[in-house]
Design a protein around this ligand. Sequence first.
Ligand code: PNS
Length: 164
Amino acid sequence: MKIGIYPGTFDPITYGHIDIIKRSLKIVDSLIISITNNVSKKSLFTIDERIKLINDGILNLDKELYEKINVKSFEGLLTNFASENNASCIIRGLRAVSDFEYEFQMTGMNYHLNSKIETIFLMSSEKNSFISSNLVKEVHKLGGDVSKFVSDLVINELNKKNLM
Ligand code: PNS
């Protein structure tokens, strides 16, 4: 039984994330979507709000995939969380060359911290290659249409945040 971890800030979850979730389930038997705060980013949504949006986002997946997914939050090192959950690999999506340097450094550090855990990269599909949570938040805040990138619930929650 191969358990994978899909970590991220998911602030908020986008269709790009959902695509990686679906595709990673071709590689692992079960997947833990793992939410944490990235120390170098300020999050718009709380961890609980992000969990709610992720749970909603995966509801439409085929039952067979849905049953293989757990959603959990964690604090501290990803490699510790991965080994506590018996995960053998970390899954990350790669959108563009610009993602590479950051991912390369994180992979090296995570491997140094625990060499039993491999990081596997999935290239974003072409239609998702330019989607990021940050751009979705910015475009939405400035009145742009983000309905092709995130669910209606995410848009509702973004609307609420913008009214605050
Ligand atoms: O979605 P993001 O912001 O690119 O995800 C980054 C994340 C959450 C995967 C990264 O910040 C992380 O692993 N944080 C947990 C703390 C940790 O282990 N830091 C060392 C990473 S080398």
